[in-house]
Each structure stands twice: as structure tokens, then as C-alpha cells.
Design a protein around this ligand. Structure first.
Ligand code: PMV
Length: 338
């Protein structure tokens, strides 16, 4: 038995493995890290080198429906299309489902519906695995607590640990080798005036996965040694900024954290660069606008798309400057219910 299965068995030991309804369903939002997760201390259990902190994207994410079927193979349907089980992204999902097979006669039919582009640095794996775990919880009526859901989601993809909850969420690194103390906890802080602008520079599947990117960076970048300390400082600053609603401190910390993460990637070998020329052009425009008095910052994940951070007070100017961005207001009621 591998360690992933040992963790799952430990969490589900007391729970029944027979569904009480014909299908389970759930939604999980994407999340955008303000202090990034970059580097694993255990790649089987997706245990991080550091803690991280994110904001969830309200209604943007994955809707999952899951049912047991009388079949020797799982069935996967993404955005209305039946997916070939031999495709790489299908294999990863199906391998995750294999961990939750409790009888040999059945497999799962998994239906996923996204309202974000998949695998383009918009945290699609985060919402996918979180929604699958929540849908299984619904199918079997386990009523697991949030730390357990977060741990199970982490086994699919690290950042999925942060997509179980909404709003600001901190994923605590933990110290245990079985990862039972490595899960996400919501900050329970609201910031209704806060907006995230999603740029769509590219929406294709990325060339180097974050799993591969992290591994390469950790093994080869001379800058990686400075990363845990940088994260520690930024976590303190960003939590202070959220508590005080200090937007300049918030934006500056998030932007600097993303740039530091990308510096570790650029100095890996072979070098890793997720930015496209349009990404750099947009970054420079953000810096120019900031110099001109607009309070705007960005963050960037393992993809070319920037996520802009700004308050309601600047929304009109930002819409004029960046007409193509999609604006999400994580704490506004109308966004949450959309
Ligand atoms: O969970 P993964 O393996 O997709 O890694 C996510 C990595 C980043 O998006 C770059 C950072 C983060 O904290 O979400």
C-alpha cells in the first residue's frame, strides 16, 4: 500500500463505503495564491516546503457530479465531452479516483464542468480535486470536517487543499511526515471592495506542469534557498495587510512574492519561464499606471496570465485600461451567488 492510500484509509476508517444516494455533487472555487506554494517536501503526499495563502474566486471553478457505475473502467466527461481515458490529464484524474474504489464491481462516472480555462495557471487543478473530494463526501454522506476534506484534496493537487474553503485561506505547512497537520484554514476575514482581474493572455494547456516546474526549481535554482524565508515574511505582511485593510501593503507583498517565485524558476536549469511577451508588456503597463497614481498590483502563477489586484475605487480606470479582463469580486454577495 502506498502512503497516499494509507492516509485515505486512515481518514475514512470509520466511515461507510456504500453510497446512500445515486450521485454526489459539489462546486469548488479556484483560488489564487497571494503567497505561493512552490516546492514540495514530499511529492507523493503533496506536502509543501512552506505555508501559503490564497483568495478564492467565488463562482469561478469546477462543478462536479459523481456516480458509481457498473463498469470495469471510470468514465470521464469534461464540459459535456466524453474524454479518452488514455489522455494525460484524464489519467491523473482517474488515478486519483482509483484511491476511492471500495468494491471491485464498480467504477465512477465523473462529470466536470468548468467556467475557467483548464491548466493555464488559473488554478483549475485546485478546484477540480477539491470539488471531486466534496462530491465524494456528498455521494457517501461522510460529513467529513474541513481539515479532512483539505487533506484529501491535497493528495490530488497541493493547491486544492485551499479550495475547500472560500475567501482568504491559509494552507499550513505542517511538520508531520504523514501530512495530517498540513491542511488549509480559512482566515474568516472579508474585504468587500477587493477585486481580482483575470487576464486571458493564453488559455491553452501549459507546457511544463507546476509539479515538474517545482521539482526542477527546487533541485537546481540557486535562489530557492532564500524562498522559505521570503514566504515567511510575506505571510506575516499579507495577514497584517488583510487585518488592517492596507491595500498597498497587500498588493506590494503579493506582487513581490510572485516575482520572487518566478525568479526561482528563471534561475532553474533548464530555465523555466511561464511569461509570454504579452505578460511582460502587461506587467510594465501595471508599473507605469502605478507610477501615474493608480493603485493596482498583479500576481502570476505557473502560466502566462496575470491576475490584477485592485479596489472598487479604481475599477472604472482599470476597465478602461484593460477592457479584456474578467473582474471577480470575491467577497461581494452578487458574485458569490452568481
Ligand atoms: O497545486 P499545483 O501543483 O497546481 O501547484 C500550484 C502552484 C502555483 O499555482 C504556482 C502556486 C500556488 O500556490 O497556487
Amino acid at each position: 500500500m502506498n502512503t497516499k492510500q494509507a492516509v485515505i484509509q486512515h481518514i475514512l476508517a470509520e466511515y461507510k463505503k456504500i453510497p446512500t444516494k445515486s450521485w454526489g455533487e459539489s462546486f469548488a472555487p479556484s483560488n489564487i495564491a497571494l503567497c505561493k506554494y512552490w516546492g514540495k517536501r514530499d511529492s507523493e503526499l503533496n506536502l509543501p516546503m512552506t505555508s501559503s495563502l490564497s483568495i478564492s474566486l467565488a463562482h469561478k471553478g469546477a462543478q462536479v457530479k459523481i456516480a458509481l457505475i457498473d463498469s470495469p473502467e471510470h468514465e470521464l466527461i469534461i464540459n459535456g465531452k466524453i474524454i479518452d481515458n488514455s489522455l494525460p490529464h484524464a489519467k491523473r484524474l482517474l488515478a486519483f479516483l482509483d484511491n476511492f474504489i471500495f468494491d471491485n464491481a464498480h467504477r465512477y462516472q465523473l462529470t466536470l464542468c468548468y467556467n475557467i480555462p483548464v491548466a493555464a495557471g488559473l488554478a483549475s487543478s485546485a478546484c477540480t480535486f477539491a470539488a471531486i473530494v466534496k462530491a465524494l463526501n456528498d455521494l457517501y454522506q461522510w460529513q467529513l470536517d474541513h481539515p479532512s476534506l483539505s487533506i484529501l484534496a491535497r493528495l490530488g493537487s497541493g493547491s486544492a487543499a485551499r479550495s475547500i474553503d472560500v475567501g482568504f485561506v491559509e494552507w499550513q505547512r505542517g511538520n508531520r511526515s504523514d501530512g495530517m497537520d498540513s491542511y488549509a484554514v480559512p482566515l474568516n476575514q472579508s474585504w468587500p471592495e477587493l477585486n481580482v482581474g483575470l487576464s486571458m493572455i493564453q488559455t491553452n494547456i501549459k507546457s511544463v506542469s507546476s509539479r515538474e516546474g517545482m521539482k526542477r526549481t527546487l533541485q537546481t535554482s540557486p535562489l530557492y534557498a532564500a524562498w522559505p524565508q521570503k514566504i515567511q515574511q510575506d505571510l506575516t505582511q499579507v495577514k497584517k495587510a488583510i487585518a488592517q485593510k492596507n491595500f498597498d501593503l497587500f498588493g506590494k507583498t503579493a506582487e513581490s512574492n510572485a516575482l520572487a517565485m518566478h525568479a526561482t524558476m528563471h534561475t532553474a536549469w533548464p530555465p523555466l519561464m511561464y511569461s509570454h511577451p504579452e505578460t511582460i508588456t502587461m506587467m510594465k503597463r501595471v508599473w507605469e499606471l502605478r507610477d501615474a497614481g493608480l493603485t493596482i498590483y498583479f500576481t502570476q502563477d505557473a502560466g502566462p496570465n496575470l491576475k490584477l489586484l485592485f479596489l472598487d475605487s479604481d475599477i472604472t480606470n482599470i476597465k478602461t485600461e484593460f477592457p479584456d479582463i474578467e473582474i471577480i469580486s470575491p467577497f461581494k454577495k452578487e458574485t458569490i451567488n452568481a
